[in-house]
Design a protein around this ligand. Sequence first.
Ligand SMILES: Cc1ncc(COP(=O)(O)O)c(C=O)c1O
Length: 392
Amino acid sequence: MESKTSWIEAEIARLKEQGLFTNIRTLESPQGAWLTVDGKRVLNFSSNNYLGLANDPRLIEAAKQAMDKYGVGPAAVRSIAGTMSLHLELERKLAAFKGVEATVTFQSGFNANLATLPALVGKDDVIFSDELNHASIIDGARLSRAEIVRFAHADPDDLRRQIANTQTSGRRLIVSDGVFSMDGDIAPLPELYKVAEEHNILLMVDDAHGEGVLGRGGRGIVDHFDLHGKVDIEIGTMSKAFGAVGGVVAGKQVIVDWLRQRGRPFLFSSAMTVPDVAACTAAVNILQSSTELVDKLWHNAELFKREMATLGFDIGHSQTPIVPVMLGDALLAQRFSRRLFEEGVFAMAIGYPTVPQGKARIRVMNSASHSPADLEQALAAFQTVGHELGVT
Ligand SMILES: Cc1ncc(COP(=O)(O)O)c(C=O)c1O
């Protein structure tokens, strides 16, 4: 009889044949400007540690102190066994930082989307979703059982057309990533807001890559566009710029109250752990008190982009610290990434199916943790490999 898992072995073999099997590198150091990866010291241009907070002593100290007081785990779902004052403090601080009525936290950004979409729309309703939205939005939309209507990427006119062509007597919701993580472009939120207002449709933005990056001192995309009070639901993550792990939904009190009643990852999964909550609270305190890290991130990103363009690289149309170094061919991108690694720079090749065929790239993630010397070294490595592989 055929083994029950032989189909999985066949699928894995096929992925390996196509060069699509993901080999995960082992990190033997904390996240920072430099990493020890598979035993080698390399400059880190791969992670979402935008502000360098993942190994910040202030976050570590806050996590330790909180563990001394509260232990490690929440040990239960908040709605069943009660919520720690620690979680409520983080939610209050996040609300004050972002200038919203209320926030509620989840175990991750992914869970925040899985909680929110099915709580707001159901099977007789419609979700209008940017065609390049993140997997967690797609999965949350599917879980909701609402009809999903995709609109062309960052195209409010197409959104208008899709709305006009979709008949429903149910509820409607527009959802978009805030920053698109493969190209670094920003959603046209003021235009999406206009469309949402014209049709009285709920508007939701997932600001995972904008939280701690965009807006005054990292207050996010809504602040960036000065749309306070106008976007109904803002999803965020504390797993990127905030340096720890966790998800957040920010908006009107009534929406947050509803998510505490109907968000399934809130009701059926344990809360964020104590050190995560304490570290996130410390991150909010840091951002609240100074724009220094956010300013440094943008300074580094602008410098890197300027120098890469001068070196002759095609760096796409990023409006954020995410820099796609466009190479086209997937095998070239993989070779480029391997050679960069040999030159001491860890920057990942991204190819199909994560990005369209023929649009393979190296995705460079800038960080406030990089020193001027780090940037210089990385640029020199790009120049060397670019010449060697005939890209520049
Ligand atoms: C747009 C978007 N939403 C959600 C997530 C998931 O966030 P987390 O890692 O906190 O689950 C990501 C992370 O890749 C993202 O880019």
